[in-house]
Design a protein around this ligand. Sequence first.
Ligand SMILES: [Zn+2]
Length: 172
Amino acid sequence: MNTPSGTFEAVPLEVLFPDAGVADLDRIRRSAHEIDGVQVAGKPQVWQWFPQHVTFPGRAEAGTPEVLLAEVSLHDEGGDWLEVSLDVEWTEEGLLVVWSGISVACWCEVDHNAHSIDPVGRTVVGTTSLADAFETSADRFVQWLAGPRDPEFWRSRASLPPREQERAPAVR
Ligand SMILES: [Zn+2]
């Protein structure tokens, strides 16, 4: 199945989140607007959504059941990369959770492929509404979009090994 995608205006919010009230959906739209406001060269964020996961599919399905997803590549060059994402998905318990994270390429001796740095996740439970959870993650997403785009900065911050220099520069 092809995953539908488009700008936030195209996201069928009412369909994806039938339990969310009008005020909550408005707050989510405002957060998405802020995300668009910090995009590279004014290009609006592209979102992907998963209508097959409007209701919790249970644990039988392989992988994480995502409902709504935004990803931005901040750096991708010579096998090194940095990426931020915001993700509304189901927990194993069938609760919605909104995640935001910045991931960086791994250059450890043992290849982990990627490292997620300071991920934020808020589960929609109790007094935490979907809008609360979305705003928290969207705020972080916006900070990451506006922050350093050098993967080395993030690896060093997380005390991860720096990228191997295959052809080290002669003098520094
Ligand atoms: Zn690693």
